[in-house]
Design a protein around this ligand. Structure first.
Ligand code: PEP
Ligand code: MN
Length: 337
């Protein structure tokens, strides 16, 4: 349920409500808005206590939350969530571009790609150190060494880094090096992992599973929020369908639907979305036109020799062209780059 405080409610009144929520064994999620404070309450059977909270001083009204995703949805919070990663502000008017290789392969590879994407205007660096691969015999990433190389690339470029965490047991190690932790599509419903990520204070980049509904994605975000971490970015990266001309079927409608339902920033990954480097430009333009808050794009200095996802990776030169091409589309929908 949501407890809407009166506009002039004192901090003592708000504290008293929060203490009562805790005493009853529920979890409180206060949202201090510009005009008033709203306190979300999580727990089973909160509906039974609606009237109880209406009697507290400073409370204007108490409402049940109808959607199953209580805090990821717009019922509790209408304003957009803005997430800061280093000096990058995500979810506002400025489009956020995350770029980098699918996998970190070596020091020279990640350094040269990081410098190139920075030069072209990327806001953040991506690179996988722990790689989820369909075959156990494929390259599975440099693991801790990959994390160290990403941190070195951040030092060299100033770009904050995002990298995937595949397992709840690795959260601590990835947390130490990354500025934002990525949950891969295949792990979107790894609930143990989601719960661990709910306990940290760094943003989580949550990718939609290849066969997950939009509600499944929002419920996955809810798992993280329920443990206390509200810094979540949602990402559409294509669905598994009957189509074979593309690696996945990019669901552009997910972008406005997610934005209608949720206040969390929405990203698109046109690289996994289409699976071909030449599809990255049109899919990126479609995503930005549809209102995406940002893009995650795979870039490799030599896609032919890439240890993963070469066919969908842009060369640094094509990434530069993409950024240029996006400027007019971004401007048309009121976004800066
Ligand atoms: C990736 O970002 O390299 C990746 C593995 O993506 P996804 O989880 O969307 O397949
Ligand atoms: Mn990849």
């Amino acid at each position: 349920m949501i407890i809407v405080m009166q506009q002039n409610a004192s901090s003592e009144c708000i504290d008293a409500v929060i203490q009562e929520i805790d005493r009853m064994g529920f979890k409180s999620h206060p949202i201090f808005g510009v005009e008033r404070t709203v306190v979300g309450v999580i727990g089973d059977k909160t509906r039974d206590t609606l009237e109880h909270f209406e009697q507290f001083e400073g409370v204007e009204r108490v409402l049940p939350i109808l959607q199953p995703y209580k805090f990821a949805g717009r019922e509790v919070q209408q304003e957009e969530t803005i997430i800061e990663v280093g000096n990058v502000r995500i979810g506002g008017a400025r489009l956020c571009i995350i770029a980098g290789p699918c996998s970190v392969e070596s020091e020279s590879q990640i350094m040269s790609i990081a410098l190139a994407v920075k030069e072209s205007g990327a806001d953040m660096l991506r690179g996988g150190a722990f790689k989820p691969r369909t075959s156990p015999y494929s390259f599975k990433g440099l693991r801790e060494e990959g994390l160290r190389l990403l941190a070195a690339a951040r030092e060299a470029t100033g770009l904050p880094v995002v990298t995937e965490v595949m397992d709840a047991r690795h959260v601590e190690a990835v947390y130490e090096y990354a500025d934002m932790l990525q949950v891969g599509a295949r792990n979107m419903q790894n609930f143990t992992l989601l719960e661990e990520l709910g306990k940290i204070d760094k943003p989580v980049f949550l990718k939609r599973g290849p066969s997950a509904t939009i509600e499944d994605l929002l419920m996955a975000a809810e798992y993280i929020i329920a443990e206390g971490n509200r810094k979540i970015l949602l990402c559409e990266r294509g669905l598994r369908t009957f189509e074979t001309a593309t690696r996945n079927t990019f669901d552009v409608s997910a972008i406005p639907v997610l934005q209608r339902l949720s206040h969390l920033p929405v990203f698109a990954d046109p690289s996994h979305g289409g699976g071909h480097w030449w599809l990255v430009d049109p899919l990126s333009r479609a995503a930005v036109a549809a209102g995406a808050d940002g893009l995650m794009v795979e870039v490799h200095d030599n896609p032919k020799t890439a240890l993963s996802d070469g066919p969908q990776s842009l060369t640094p030169k094509n990434f530069t062209k993409l950024v240029e091409n996006l400027k007019s589309v971004a401007a048309a929908v009121g976004r800066s780059m």
